[in-house]
Write a protein that binds this ligand. Sequence first.
Ligand SMILES: Nc1ncnc2c1ncn2[C@@H]1O[C@H](COP(=O)(O)OP(=O)(O)OP(=O)(O)O)[C@@H](O)[C@H]1O
Length: 614
Amino acid sequence: MKPDTAVDPLATVLRRIGPPPIIHIPHPIALDRPAKAASPSIPIGPPPRLPVQEDGLRVCDVDATVANKKRLLHGVSVSAWNGTLTAVVGPSGAGKSTFVRTISGLMEPSRGTVTLSGINVHRYYDQVKTLLGMVPQEDVIHSQLTLVRALRYAAKLRLSTEMNARQREARVQQVLAELDLAPHQRTRVARLSGGQRKRASIALELLTEPKFLVLDEPTSGLDPALDRRLMEQFRALADGGRTVLAVTHSVACLDICDQVVVLAPGGEIAFIGNEPEAWRYFGTEDWSEIFEQLKINPRESAGHWQQSLEAFLLATEPITERPPKPHEAPTKIPRVRQFFTLVQRQLALMLADRGYTLFLLALPFVVGLLPIVVPGNSGLTQVTQAKYSQEPQMILTLLTIGSIFMGISMTIRELIGERHIYRRERAMGLSTSAYLAAKILVFGALGAAGAVIIVMIATTVKQGPSGDGVLGLGAYLELGIAVTATVWGGVFLGLLLSSLVTSQNQVMPVLVVVLMLQMVLNGGLIPLVDNAALNWVASGMPARWSFSLGAISIDLHHLLELADESERMALQGSGVDPDPAWNPSLLRWGFSAAILTVMAALMSCATWVFARSR
Ligand SMILES: Nc1ncnc2c1ncn2[C@@H]1O[C@H](COP(=O)(O)OP(=O)(O)OP(=O)(O)O)[C@@H](O)[C@H]1O
């Protein structure tokens, strides 16, 4: 920390632009502000004296533009030094979140520079990302886990591998204590109050001891008392030497901030200074009135605020950039360690949610019982009566539909449900491959166990198959393989859909449509052999090929041939040709299995691409 005698940037600029620095003058911005006169009731104080330091956040002349050339930020320059608390306020839609996303490296500026301790955030993002703790608007912590468990998993995923379990635990307890959360550490995050949950998200960020903490509306939805408590906690974090910057809608606690950055619609800085200076500048102490003043047509006003701020912006010294030093490089957590931690966390998450665990346990029993509704008593053996000639096919169809539903429903909420958490963890170095592999392993294993239960129950309520199968493992075991492949097809499909949807609300409609397609196009319900177009479309459905695996395993062709000659005569002409995809040959089985494998690989790759692009 430099002593107070260090160069005051404001004084420097006043020297540059003419008059010598006088302490008790109105704020230079106020001198340039054209319209409103200062309210006499507001005391005129000295200009803001920011503690000048080398360390800090520097934003210099930043523009942010989106694809349609819409400019969301316009010439934004802000400096926030070490040990200071900065509030960013402005009317809704002014660009506060865009500002936060830009300075935290999540959005590339179309012009200008952002540095943390002199390191360019966008050029050296991988190196600076652990210097910066970013708390987005949404909670980025698993609500099903207890607070301490959520922090322990985060510590394992984020902290250096050189730290042992005891050191990690000490760090977890330290951040809990720092944020007054120690008494609540064994409480499930979902049961914490709004303010405690927000502090839990902050605790997660503090694990890596970031020098900079950026918070996007941390106090929204909290009552005024909690709002102040939280802001005071940010003050304490800043006093501890961090640079804290918080976007806020609440203007009740601006008095404890070192500086207030006011953004105007169009993403322009309208004012920077402390609260009394803002009041003086805008000529009112009423922030709603100040926001009203800001809501002028941004197109007409482009550059309006910048002109009035020119003198102040000059006060920010030119940025001296430097590359990161070797010791500043973040620790890379090996993928294998990430994978095992994520597997453990996934299991913990599932066990913590009792309703979900019950649903998962009940599902294979329900699917296994489905065949009970199929009339007939042949089960998966050769049919004996013409009126029940479709019995084995119907049983296999129900097992296929039920199994694929089970697989999809296990995973379809997985990625969309924790997208905010994934995004934050990804920014901190989480490997998408490790993340997806952990989910595939956990749900794949659960799916296989579920498939065993399904086959056991289905072959208890109906007669099981008795042939040798095409692999020589026995039809019973091969049916089990086919049902497992069906569940796995659903698991991969569910993950893909989960990476594609953009909100939880889309999950149900998508699930219904995809499930209907698997139902209609698996080949067991509606014959596909006579309709080339339908057959072609069905080829893209995992259920089509997993049904074939099952049909080949139990030799459905043979089962559908009536044993009794007289019954066969009664059926003549009413049946349809069996599907060639069910021909009981090793080649056909291998072909179906190969297509399912390729589909699983393609779905995993597509899920990876979509997950990363989100
Ligand atoms: N990707 C985008 N494409 C087009 N416009 C966008 C995009 N992202 C944000 N905007 C627009 O940019 C403006 C600023 O958005 P931003 O979310 O940063 O505002 P804000 O000040 O945080 O608002 P609030 O206080 O309501 O959260 C808004 O008008 C918004 O509609």
